[in-house]
Design a protein around this ligand. Sequence first.
Ligand code: NAP
Length: 248
Amino acid sequence: MGLLNGKTALITGGSRGIGEAIVRKFAAEGANVAFTYISSADRSNALIEDLKDTGVTLKAYQSDASSYEQSEELVKQVLEDFGQVDVLINNAGITRDTLMLRMSEEQWDAVLKTNLKSVFNLTKHILRPMMRNRKGSIINMSSVVGVFGNAGQANYAASKAGIFGFTKSIAKEVGSRNIRCNAIAPGFIETDMTKELDEKTKEAFLAGIPMKRLGQGEEVANTCVFLASDHSSYISGQTLSVCGALNC
Ligand code: NAP
């Protein structure tokens, strides 16, 4: 018996990295999973093929989380395909790192749209169906960078800090409807996103991690399982850091 048996989850950015680890873990725990990607169609199909023996229903959707219209269409389609959504994980995110003096308006807008507006887009469209269901768990992927900031990531830090205020507000708005909303703040997790960081930044991060290693997507996914499951039934409006005690 999995911890998520009978639940359906919608996960943005499930084709790679942390999102892929969440898809794998949720399927292993018995959840039906709808996940999105923006360009990794082949990878998404391979992931579904790889998980076909889990016995759960899995479906990938090409959908840009930064688009209000595409998010509305996605939620409609997922509800048609799966009947309900019990868990929403706003995981999709990008970086466009550079120092503020060099940061273009495009770099600012792209990161804010993909990382923060996407959280509004998906939450906005899932909330009414969750209210009708009288239950739901929304999990927003933030970052420790949203708490402490990071030189060269003003756009990213702002987008991730915005998620904290959003998460607490939603928790207060819909708590009475049995809908919970929490954030996760990963530290430095080994994925394609962190491969892009230069060596100097990586070394600085590693030096500051008391556990002296990078985190794995699976360790963030396990936290998502907890926040999606009934084991966290009285936890809402909170942030769980998954960071090996980095900057704590
Ligand atoms: P990643 O390996 O770069 O994967 C990003 C995922 O998001 C991919 O599945 C990508 O789809 C999808 N995506 C990107 N833009 C999208 C859009 N507009 N609409 C829908 N999907 C989109 O990133 P990651 O490291 O796993 O990060 C996942 C989340 O964790 C992000 O929110 C990130 O900010 C956060 N985080 C990561 C770390 C870390 O150390 N890695 C630390 C703290 C927080 P395609 O495959 O189609 O491109």
